[in-house]
Design a protein around this ligand. Structure first.
Ligand SMILES: [Zn+2]
Length: 100
């Protein structure tokens, strides 16, 4: 399935939580930092996986290796879907010094 087809579906697809491997609709998923921000993890696709709310909540700031490492095209697609549903904002903390 291509990204184009996924988008054509209106983002209604199911994506797996990368911790418990169950599939959830996008609106039930969160974006989780594999390396927590509090430990220096950055908000970029290499450090973000999809996680269900339950796993994200129970993970907290622990380090847990996801089942599958992030995949860039999927990441950007999911970010766009999640932003739509949750008004999700990427953390720009690390950019503050550039943006003033
Ligand atoms: Zn989960």
């Amino acid at each position: 399935m291509t990204i184009g087809k996924l988008v054509a579906h209106g983002g209604g697809g199911m994506y797996p939580c990368q911790y418990c491997s169950e599939s959830f609709p996008v609106k039930e998923l969160t974006l989780d930092h594999v390396m927590p921000v509090s430990r220096g993890g950055r908000t970029e696709w290499e450090n973000i996986v999809t996680a269900c709310k339950k796993c994200n909540h129970s993970k907290g700031s622990k380090l847990i290796t996801p089942n599958r490492l992030p995949w860039k095209p999927e990441y950007w697609h999911i970010v766009s879907c999640i932003r739509e549903h949750h008004n999700f904002q990427l953390k720009h903390d690390s950019w503050d010094k550039y943006l003033g």
